[in-house]
Design a binder for this molecule. Sequence first.
Ligand code: MN
Length: 736
Amino acid sequence: MVHYIAEDGVELFELIHTYLPPEDRQLVVRAYDFARQHHGDERRMSGELFITHPLTIAYYLAEYQLDAPALAAALLHDVAEDTVVSVEEIRDLFGAEVALLVDGLTKFKVVTTGAAQQPLGPEAVRDATLRKLFWTMTGDVRVGVIKLFDRLHNMRTIDATSLESQRRKAEETLAVYAPLANRLGMWQLKNELEARSLRILDLRAYEAIVARQEQLKHQHQRLYARISPEIAARLTAAGIQPVDIFLSPENVHSIYRQSLQEGRQGSHFSLDDTPRLVVVLRDVSDCYLALGHIHQLWRPVPGKFDDYIANPRDNLYQSLHTTVVHSSGRRVKIRFRTVTMNILSEVGVLARWLRIGRPLWSEELAQRVDALFANIEQSMEVEPADQHSGVQAMMQDVFRDQIMVYTPAGDVKELPKGATPLDFAYAIHSEVGAQCRIALVNDVPTPLNEPLRDGDHVRIIKKGLAPQRIWLDEDLGFLTTNTARAKVRRWFRRMPAADAVAEGQHLLADELRMLGLCDLSPGQMAGWLDFNSPTELYHALGRAEVLPTTLATRVLTETWEQGPHRNVGTVVESEDGERFIIIDASQRTLRLCRKCRPRPNDELIGFSRNKRQVTVHRQGCTVLPMDPLAERSLKLRWGTDEQCEVRVVTVQVDGFDRSGLLYEIAELMRNERINMPAVHADTYEGTATVRLEMEVASPRQLVRVLHRIRALVNVSDVTCMSPQQPSPPPGRNGAL
Ligand code: MN
């Protein structure tokens, strides 16, 4: 681990001698001389000459055989920021390629053009600098790579700076640079950045994890000594030559993150103590063959197999993952990968430059990196003034776990996990998003708010003219990316006032019709939402400043008490007098089991002692009979005071008759935990009418459910029936 390259640069020059041609080496030497001269006697906090910093970064890059312009830019990267030299001067002396890289690495400066120039605060400068860095990187990945090694060197030598600045740098590293390294597949570097940041931010946790890791290492080594010859023997007997078998420890920061998720604090870190073995093989087919042989040798744990060779991860990582039960009874994680994949898993995008006798870089990898850059570029295209855009929103969209989705032309689109067909449509183009009404996912019509999966093929059918306001309601799940939401918001913000009022009025009428509330006065509704007049309300609806669903929820809240209600909650008290509410007990008297003492979040089973009395058990309670009599057990769940009283609502759904529609509605109800006491379905000449009686907990839930049903494929209309409306006459039974 190199922290320091002496100021004469000899170590760097020797290293580049091994792979750069003379004219390229000359460029590097010229850049060194220039930087040396301009940084002069400037020193780092640690007391070393400043030039050692750019020199060390250039050395890091040379270890991965980066080209001469990248090395020159690394040497010059602080010249334009810290000295009087301008980027233009660098362009004149070293050419446009080097100058572009240096510019991307230089802090954002406000170009003073007018007198009214506002000075930017440190936050804004930081954002603008990151923005510039990411922009330049999408055109030239070398900028990102140099920046990451710059940060690595700063983190390695951070002890010399103030504690305050250490914390700030560590936080920024975790928020921006570690995720960037991850997306570029630079795993080794990412791990070091994370570990060093954690050491600064939470020393106690860091030390506890490292100590526990050390302990586990010894334990795992014994197991490794036994298992690896067994694997080697089995594979060799089958004619497969393993290149290497090694133990791969869990990384410090991911243990920390997992522990935080599990709500553990202090020094108790749950270390997954399953050893992880990597088996390196000669080629891809050997990987699959080896997997088959190991599965015959030891039983695989179901659900633990992942094929990241056929479906590489968003950070270029490829491997076959499995977990097996070794004959000693211990679980062992095993990863199978080729030599190339193994190097890639450490260096990621650096494989583009690194030559070790075989090509590491492929067309497929290049395509994936391009998809990442297209994604970053698009996420940053939104107006900078939009408060929901900018670097942070981009980080949220692009640096979450990603999936790869295919266009009909076979192009790859990168989207965050959970993204919908509508997100996809907006990722193609704003217009495609705005006009999107139907999505075919793997040739099957799919609701626009249904999350896509990795590898899906998506075709968008344009039918509409404009986006819909309800897409902005996060609860309905139509859009998950900040970019797409910003685009929809912008569309409505630009709408002329007269059009906004007209559309708002229309929208309101439509929403009220859906709720079955047609006799409310517009003036009254405007008042509920603090508007002075109906026109103001229409305008706000038209501009999407108030969403129709928000309005509907407010209106329903006002009228909620008027409809029929039913009580579904039962109060039960524990021995020590704690009060709980249990849902679905149908008015029977409840008692909590004294043996298993169920607590909220436990899965519940009710067991009826007689018609009126039920005991509530935790699922799996030993008091329950081994073979519980079905008719005497009840599925119960915990509730809150608000869930006790449900409103009984009858909803009519009209649509095109197809198999599966009723199932999809029922699925929706199940996810919302809505009970449906009655369902009636009719079909007539290809159309279906379904009437559902549902027990709804809150106005918000009703609005959500109505819109979610309407989003289902082939549903044309959804309306609430007013309570006094008669049930439909008995009709023909349909295919539903
Ligand atoms: Mn620097």
